[in-house]
Design a protein around this ligand. Structure first.
Ligand code: ASP
Ligand code: MG
Length: 592
């Protein structure tokens, strides 16, 4: 019999009436002939209330006890939901994470799922029960209760759907689907009919709050169709599947992270391994760094900038202070700017279309919005802007890409890739642990050149002007990295195919002359190595492992780009093959 997993978020179980309404939805699916597993979150704002309560007792609550406390929220919901189903005359059984057999690692408050046993759930389902599973929680090897991180019930739901080989996973929530951007900021935002796993992964981690990103990693690895829909209606919402909504559109959505902090560490000795110490200290705390930019600065000292979510600022500063205490030479100065927002565009189509970045920069330039940092990846482009203009920036970009319009070639029917039971079982075997890092491929592109404008004035429209000229010459730009330089200057680097380097260099020199800034520098041949897979960023150590191995081999990294699905580094051309071999070796366990 087919299994359906239905997840109800906090707002969808906020009071007894809503619990009864959710119960009816489950019963309807049951009566349609499915086996039904419900996953529920804590009622309403209960998790927030519990956190506030803990903070009244102590500023720094121990994480083990935090998990003990927070897991009670979901336990309340499962019990009430089981009662609701039973009073309608149907069989139901509630289960905590431990009772289901959701085994996690011991990283309290951010635990990852290692394995899930399906025996107990299957037995209850076969016995005619609707199974009500507590979201967001599990148990470690020593039977300590763990939680998966805020919003983790989504991950529980998709994980259960994956191991039960469910037909679909329905996420009932207080919005009716996934939008092209946050409709509270951009009223024209459109609900999309369909979005791909990769696009959703990027969107989720870039601020689209609908889904916990780790849940999409599960969905992608196990090919679980996820249906995000409103708990207050029966209308279909958005399907998250393997294919995008439109084949022709470059961009499927725009996202905003309102509170983003940029940290800049200067005076890092230009010695193999020194930058890596910094990344490692942060990664060890499971802080996700985004927009990592490493530049070779002046006098042989490197400079590293990266962004983190604001809530991680104090933990990050602590990590960096510890590094400095460990070795005073680790870096000279540390500064941060916490009045920034990150605006990103995402879309599969970007890979094939030229001019996407330029269009974004141009739209911002026309509105006089200054770009503080840029980083691109295969299917996303992110920029940092001042918080005060961030919402305007989001509206501007949404309009520039006409995201409110329904794509003409919108997929009419869902094209679901069929996954057989064998394939799913193979996947479970391939993964020693369910949430393990998976790398699909490591690729080497030796046909690139790098151009760097070392001192670009930090004023609105600059990047747009530069890239417009380059576009006019029909040069395809691949990676773009812009970072904060000293004072009012920024440093802009980009890669182009080798055969266009002369042209691109010529344009860059003309621009330099026109703006009376220093001449561009170029590396006529560089190599780009890209790792693509799942969990590249949520496994916070991927970047630091990469940098460490390359540093040990004395390979200098000229550019770095990160995203949920792809990590790329640019190194000197003659080091390309060696770097590729090193990374293949380092990640061989994640590759097979
Ligand atoms: N109750 C948890 C939270 O509020 C988990 C969830 O809702 O997904 O973060
Ligand atoms: Mg949620």
């Amino acid at each position: 019999m087919s299994v359906i997993v239905q997840k109800f978020g906090g707002t969808s179980v906020a009071d007894s009436k809503k619990i009864l309404a959710a119960a009816r939805k489950a019963i309807r699916a049951y009566n349609e002939g499915h086996q039904v597993v419900m996953v529920v979150s804590a009622m309403g704002k209960n998790t927030d209330k519990l956190i506030a309560l803990a903070k009244e007792i102590t500023k720094d609550p121990p994480s083990r006890e935090m998990d003990m406390l927070l897991s009670t929220g979901e336990q309340v919901s499962v019990a009430l939901m089981a009662m609701a189903i039973q009073q309608f005359g149907y069989k139901a059984v509630s289960m905590t994470g431990a009772q289901i057999g959701i085994k996690t690692d011991d990283a309290h408050t951010k635990a990852r799922i290692k394995s899930i046993s399906t025996d107990r759930m299957r037995a209850a389902l076969d016995d005619g029960n609707i199974v009500i599973a507590a979201g967001f929680q599990g148990v470690d090897d020593d039977f300590n209760i763990t939680t998966l991180g805020r919003g983790g019930s989504d991950t529980t739901a998709v994980a259960l759907a994956a191991v039960l080989n469910a037909e679909s996973c329905e996420i009932y929530t207080d919005v009716d689907g996934v939008y092209t951007t946050d409709p509270r900021i951009v009223p024209e935002a459109r609900r999309v009919k369909q979005i791909s796993y990769d696009e959703m992964l990027e969107m989720a981690s870039l601020g689209a709050g609908v889904m916990h990103s780790r849940s999409i990693e599960f969905a992608k690895n196990f090919n679980v169709p996820v249906h995000v829909r409103a708990s207050y209606s029966d209308e279909p919402g958005t399907m998250i599947v393997s294919a995008p909504e439109s084949e022709s559109r470059a961009v499927c959505g725009a996202a905003i992270v309102k509170d983003e902090v940029r940290l800049t560490v200067r005076g890092v000795p230009d010695r193999p391994g020194s930058a890596q110490m910094i990344f490692q200290a942060i990664a060890a705390r499971r802080i996700v760094m985004d927009m990592i930019v490493q530049n070779i600065g002046t006098e042989g000292k490197a400079e590293i900038s990266f962004t983190i979510p604001k809530i991680e600022l104090s933990a990050t500063l602590k990590a960096l202070e510890e590094v400095k205490r460990g070795s005073n030479e680790a870096y000279e100065t540390l500064s941060y700017d916490d009045h920034l927002s990150k605006i990103s565009i995402v879309g599969h189509g970007m890979v094939h279309q030229v001019g996407v970045a330029e269009k974004m920069f141009l739209a911002l330039g026309e509105k006089n919005i200054n770009i503080q940092m840029i980083s691109t990846s295969t299917i996303k482009i992110s920029v940092l802007v001042d918080q005060d203009v961030a919402q305007e920036a989001l509206r501007t970009i949404h309009a520039a890409f006409e995201l409110e319009k329904v794509p003409e070639d919108m997929a009419q029917e869902l094209r679901l890739a069929e996954t057989t039971d064998e394939q799913k079982i193979h996947m479970i075997h391939r993964l020693q642990q369910l949430e393990e890092l998976l790398i699909d491929k490591v690729e080497l592109d030796e046909n690139q050149a790098r151009i760097t404008l070392p001192e670009v004035p930090n004023t609105p429209g600059m990047s747009a002007k530069i890239f417009r000229r380059i576009m006019e010459e029909n040069v395809v730009v691949d990676m773009i990295v812009q970072s904060q330089g000293e004072g009012l200057q920024t440093k802009l680097s980009f890669t182009v195919p080798c055969e266009s380097v002369e042209k691109a260099y010529h344009v860059a020199s003309c621009v330099a002359r026109e703006f009376q800034i220093p001449e561009p520098k170029m590396s006529p041949a560089v190599a780009k190595i890209s790792l693509s897979g799942t969990g590249m960023r949520s496994h916070t150590t991927v970047a630091s492992r990469m940098l460490k191995r390359l540093a040990e081999a004395q390979i200098n990294i000229e550019m770095i780009n990160t995203s949920e699905v792809c990590f790329s580094v640019v190194v000197a051309a003659e080091k390309g093959k060696e770097a590729m071999a090193i990374l293949q070796e380092e990640f061989k366990h994640s590759l097979e």
